[in-house]
Design a protein around this ligand. Sequence first.
Ligand code: ADP
Ligand code: MG
Length: 413
Amino acid sequence: MPVRARRPFRPVPRTQYLEPDPVTRPEPTPSISFSELGLSEDLVRTLDEVGYHESTPIQAMALPVALEGRDIIGQAITGSGKTAAFALPILERLEPEGGAVQALILCPTRELANQVSQEVTKLARHRQVKILTVVGGDPIKRQLDGLREHPSVVVGTPGRILDHLQRHTLSLQGIRFVVLDEADRMLDMGFAPDVERILVQTPERRQTMLLSATVPGWVHRLAARHMKDPETVSVTGRTELVPTIRQWCIECSWAEKDEALCVLLDSSRVTLGLIFTNTKRNADQLRTTLLARGYDVTAIHGDLSQHERDEAMARFRGSRVRFLIATDVAARGIDIGEISHVINYDVPATPEDYVHRVGRTARAGRDGVALTLITPIEILKIRDIERHTKRLIEHHTLEDLRQLAGSAAALVG
Ligand code: ADP
Ligand code: MG
């Protein structure tokens, strides 16, 4: 490995990061009211009551297609209102208390299933619709009682739904709607075989709706096997980086990555750090390495049990652990105001992933710092990210960091 000439450390004026960059503003999209989208009056009234006065872009695109009864793949980032995009077309067309379960909504985790259940219940407030949540970790007795009351909508996690199918305590013969919510996350958690086992037990004449923040190959393959000529609607617009984020990349060799990371973690400025790896394996390895070196660290990814993930998140949220290692999909939806630093141990696969990761810090008007470890050839990936976000990333070497670490200078923050 050639020895690189050491570049002097030149701090970049902070104001550079504070200037709003007009190029990164998203294009304004005209909003469309729900009545224009073909929803009946009582649902429009409900939406108004719950404060949904206009549709979100994914709702505007998905509703007309879904209301026609077509299979649909809807792609839009987290928080874009995908739940109502599938729930409203279902509510619009449910048979009044038909006696059978008519809609099955599959979610990857218990929390997401509960959230969806609450949202559907909210939207169904003026209709007589029984909604039951069927998730792992809940007493089976309560679920059996609930199932005997003939709910028309069941929201659940694949494992527990399969459980009930095997016990013959749930029948999917009357299913008219199936929703695969957060499909990419179900993939990350290895639920594909369970989902397919469930799908084959539902009538072929059904409407299948698949919602996802990203559409990886698995989603396409599953769609091809189980959906009828699905229409894809996708809202991809560039996500904006908030102007209060400072961005650094730190160049080092592969072998130096752990050391570079530790120099960063040793800085007292990193009060709550979220560390991203590209794979579950890297997450596990990194956790082992950091624990062995005495760092206060935990990890979340799709191979861990629900209980382990809940536990890790609760500790991080309560600042009872200082560093959390996560994969992209596992970190989806993490909304913790206090995250001071996002550290990319691995360079994210795409610029969009970078924006999603970095968006976990500097929330609600706070400051935040994003640090990305790169090997020399990965500078090209950084250029891609800069082009995508129209913002410069300050470039440093491990040497710069070592120099800074001993001084009182404002290391990474
Ligand atoms: P996603 O599934 O895409 O991550 P959600 O369906 O959970 O997003 O919605 C995110 C938030 O936006 C929820 O709090 C929901 O109540 C709210 N929301 C959804 N649609 C609208 C709308 N049309 N107007 C205002 N708020 C909305
Ligand atoms: Mg959702």
